[in-house]
Design a protein around this ligand. Structure first.
Ligand code: 13P
Ligand code: SF4
Length: 313
């Protein structure tokens, strides 16, 4: 039967069958569409997905997320085929720091310690001293030798949050996530009026005014444990709306309200939403699109990732 004639459940069955036949592991980020999360072997945040990619023994890793995540998987486990179902699934935050611009900065500031958020290209990672994710950024920055100046790339909001939490001064690259900065202080105030007892949980990529209004700021995966352990019944979630799917699945007895943005009722990352069941089927059938990282970049980029894994335990 052709894909056009199939319903969602039939497509999901097809994915599960192909996954076995092709000896593939399906990894999905928390922002993926519900049907993609349903067929994944593991759903998580950038840090959790990196660990799963590193341990994978299957022939193929099908990465349902964005380009920098698939590249990180390839760097961590170069002997597997890493497939990203849509090559256009990029990340505007990652694009805000180019290899050339960072190289220029490095030439002018040769002794600065560069902490790069995982939302960067493999080439940018190769110029960095340590990688971090939103789950371990505080820990990583605290481990940087105190006599070194730090440049934090590319998210200025996450960098500012880390700076405030740790008291460690850093130079901040002027990048931001277009999805998180659209979540406004005003929209949260309005939701708080409607749900006065619901704690606000936000991602550190949100702007300062949003973070300051929040009860807890954390990575997407840490949102699960916070909401599970907190006595409240309802939560306002200030991040990409795919997170609501994951939270509802993990904690069905509680209510999750997606924060709205200046443009729409809930925050949506157009890059994360590029991955569909049809593209996932094509990826499994024909290895489209295989992600490769040139060996010299891969070797250099592995070192700051390894540093992160050592410092985050
Ligand atoms: P997490 O690592 O917290 O899942 O965040 C990834 C991301 O892209 C946030 O926009
Ligand atoms: Fe990049 Fe923002 Fe999308 Fe995350 S939500 S993948 S940071 S554009």
């Amino acid at each position: 039967m052709s894909l056009e004639k199939m319903g969602i459940e039939e497509k999901k069955e097809k994915v599960l069958k192909l996954k076995k036949e092709k000896n593939a592991l399906i990894l999905a980020h928390n922002y993926q569409l519900p049907e993609i999360q349903d067929v994944a072997d593991f759903v998580g945040d950038s840090l959790g997905l990196s660990f799963k990619a590193r341990e994978a023994t299957q022939q193929r890793i099908i990465f349902c997320g964005v380009h920098f995540m698939a590249e990180t998987a390839k760097i961590l486990n170069p002997n597997r085929k890493v497939i990203l179902p849509d090559i256009e699934a990029g990340c505007s935050l990652s694009d805000s720091c180019s290899y050339e611009d960072l190289l220029e900065y490095k030439k002018e500031n040769p002794t600065t310690f560069i902490v790069a958020y995982v939302n960067t290209s493999a080439a940018v990672k190769s110029l960095s001293d340590c990688i971090c994710t939103s789950a371990n950024a505080l820990k990583i920055v605290q481990k940087v030798p105190p006599d070194r100046n730090i440049l934090f790339v590319p998210d200025q909001n996450l960098g500012e949050w880390v700076q405030n939490q740790t008291g460690r001064k850093m130079d901040l690259w002027p990048g931001e996530c277009y999805v998180h900065v659209e979540i406004t202080h005003q929209s949260l105030l309005e939701l708080k009026k409607r749900f006065p007892t619901a704690p606000i949980v936000s991602h550190p990529e949100c702007e300062r005014a949003v973070r300051m209004l929040s009860d807890f700021v954390c990575s997407t995966e840490q949102m699960i444990s916070y909401c599970k352990n907190h006595p409240a019944r309802s939560f306002i979630i200030a991040t990409e709306s795919g997170m609501i799917t994951r939270l509802k699945k993990e904690i069905p007895e509680k209510e999750f309200i997606a924060a709205s943005t200046s443009r729409c009722a809930c925050a949506q990352c157009k890059f994360m939403k590029k991955i569909t069941l049809d593209k996932l089927i094509t990826a499994l059938e024909s290895d489209r699109f295989e992600i490769d990282v040139p060996i010299e970049i891969r070797k250099k980029a592995f070192l700051p990732i390894q540093q992160m894994l050592e410092w985050s335990v």
